[in-house]
Design a protein around this ligand. Structure first.
Ligand SMILES: C[S@@+](CC[C@H](N)C(=O)[O-])C[C@H]1O[C@@H](n2cnc3c(N)ncnc32)[C@H](O)[C@@H]1O
Length: 205
């Protein structure tokens, strides 16, 4: 990702309330349902890529998950989460990083990405993302990926996005993954608009 985009996200989280941004959801139900379908246990290493200020981490901790990481390029987003969850923040690994340049040196059992991959509009950035998946998602691990659908908005947060139908999403993750399921889900923004997403649940071979 280029530096102006990184600065964009810092500004978003410094200047807007977390519940006013278009991607806000009061409860990350689609993500939780997808995670439940994987059947991973509560000790599984779970990472939310580009988690921003999402409430997913709150819910995972409530469900008893003990190895939860949240990665985002925007430090202010992670500060919002830290502040919100208080003492429970000590149980979470917060990682400020660009996913296209990330070297964690450990592997995860479940990789969740809602509305992040679609910002990678260049071949190089998507290739870098796939390299990270190859390196840091364990074999047999699960990938939950959600992007704007083919008929979804052309921009998110003012930035261009790459939209996917189910077949394009499966192609984007590559042959190293088995497609367990893909589905469509309409997100209702705080402003009252509908944003269609394509979701995919994949398993690394
Ligand atoms: C549309 S928001 C979605 C946030 C969260 N996943 C959710 O569903 O509420 C996109 C998030 O991805 C982060 N992001 C964008 N590009 C990124 C990158 N290359 N590496 C890491 N995070 C990135 C942004 O800072 C922002 O928090």
């Amino acid at each position: 990702m280029n530096d102006p985009q990184s600065a964009h996200w810092d500004t978003v989280y410094r200047t807007k309330s977390a519940d006013s941004v278009s991607w806000y959801q009061p409860s990350p139900d689609a993500s939780l349902a997808a995670i439940a379908r994987t059947g991973v246990g509560s000790s599984a290493a779970v990472i939310d890529i580009g988690g921003g200020a999402s409430l997913l981490v709150d819910r995972l901790l409530e469900e008893g998950f003990t190895d939860v990481s949240v990665l985002d390029t925007a430090a202010p987003a992670l500060d919002i989460v830290r502040h919100r969850i208080g003492a429970a923040a000590a149980k979470v690994d917060f990682i400020v990083a660009d996913i296209t340049h990330w070297m964690p040196q450990r592997r995860y059992a479940l990789w969740h990405d809602r509305a992040v991959f679609h910002f990678l509009t260049s071949d190089d950035d998507r290739a870098a993302y796939r390299r990270a998946l190859d390196a840091w998602l364990a074999p047999g691990g699960f990938l939950i990926l959600a992007t704007f659908a083919a008929d979804g908005p052309e921009k998110c947060s003012g930035l261009p996005v790459r939209r996917h139908d189910p077949a394009a999403l499966a192609t984007a993750v590559g042959q190293g993954f088995e497609t367990i399921d893909t589905w469509r889900d309409d997100h209702l923004t705080p402003g009252g608009s509908i944003q269609p997403f394509t979701w995919g649940l994949f398993r690394k071979r």
